[in-house]
Design a protein around this ligand. Structure first.
Ligand code: CO
Ligand code: CO
Length: 322
């Protein structure tokens, strides 16, 4: 596709960012995104809720304030109870309401497979857009949700995940990235992206390439849902773990002390995952103090360095001084 010549397109499709941004005037720009997917859980209400949290996340990752939502629905003509659709919609609507976002319409098409999601529109100040291209050497890297969602949800389909593990995954997926976004905007963040289908390292790789830097992670600081670790030891892994590895292997180096299950967790595809934030390291303590007590599990997991021979470095531990 040719590059769009319109100077008001501040973020377009070219940079594989979380959302597009279009300038209205000197003070305001629209942030727009669309996401929909097949069910990741059995409960229709929870599925709707996850779909809403996930769609909103791309606007939060850009530093935007989401305002309106349009629902996108694919639903079978027969064999599935129509009441299911009502529950999906209700789960989504209540999550949008929690986020103070107005549902203003949508569209439904007949399809053999259920799919659901939203297009979200928000606002951002044109000079305060948080892209994935602004990470600078010296920055601290923070992750705002634990990993392991893909392992746990695919484990549910194979009956390998416990009920409590499944519930933990649901709690993580339905949590909004709103607080994390609001806090990062108060503390000189340079870049952010939400962690979704490509896993932490896949999205970190995109950020590293867009920013022209190396991201260095300490494996022992990575937060994950505990049960994900035992699932990550098995051969029942989400397929995208391997495909993401193929995508980034040429520019990623793992220290030999990082255990294999943890490597899988670092590549595990997330649905409605947390924000990976690159912020001025002088603001790290203030950021962590500000977010503490706000029900967000934010962790300092690495640092940004000048570009080396690979974009991603994963060590078992990195010195505390970093
Ligand atoms: Co995203
Ligand atoms: Co998305």
């Amino acid at each position: 596709m040719p590059r769009h010549p319109n100077p008001d397109v501040l973020v377009g499709y070219e940079t594989a960012d979380d959302a597009g941004v279009f300038r209205i005037d000197e003070e305001r720009a629209l942030v727009q995104t669309l996401d929909f997917f097949t069910p990741v859980v059995d409960d229709p209400y929870v599925y709707g809720s996850i779909a809403a949290a996930n769609s909103l996340s791309d606007v939060y990752a850009m530093g935007g304030k989401p305002l309106t939502a349009l629902a996108i629905t694919c639903f079978p003509e027969k064999d599935v109870e129509m009441s299911l659709l009502g529950q999906i919609m209700r789960g989504g609507l209540e999550k949008l309401t929690e986020a103070e976002v107005a549902l203003i319409g949508g569209h439904t098409v007949k399809d053999s497979e259920i799919k659901f999601g939203y297009s979200i529109t928000g606002l951002v100040h044109p000079k305060r857009i948080v892209t994935n291209a602004g990470a600078r050497p010296g920055d601290a890297l923070v992750l705002t949700k634990p990993l392991g969602i893909g392992l746990l949800t695919s484990g549910v389909k194979l009956r390998k995940t416990s009920a409590s593990g499944a519930q933990e995954a649901i709690n993580v997926m339905t949590a909004l990235n709103r607080t994390a976004s609001e806090v990062m905007l108060r503390h000189d963040c340079h870049a952010a992206t939400d962690v979704t289908g490509n896993g932490l390292l896949g999205h970190a790789y995109e950020m590293a390439v867009a920013s022209g830097v190396t991201l260095r992670f300490a494996a022992d600081r990575i937060p994950y849902i505990p049960e994900a670790y035992s699932l990550a030891k098995t051969r029942y892994l989400p397929k995208t773990i391997a495909s993401t590895w193929t995508m980034i292997a040429g520019s990623t180096r793992f220290d030999s002390h990082v255990p294999d299950p943890l490597r899988n967790i670092l590549l595990d595809p997330q649905t409605s995952g947390g924000l990976l934030i690159s912020l001025n390291s002088e603001n790290l303590d203030a950021f962590l103090a500000d977010i503490a007590g706000r029900q967000v599990e934010a962790r300092h997991i690495g640092t940004v360095e000048e570009l080396r021979d690979s974009h991603i470095l994963v060590e078992q531990a990195i010195p505390q001084s970093l």
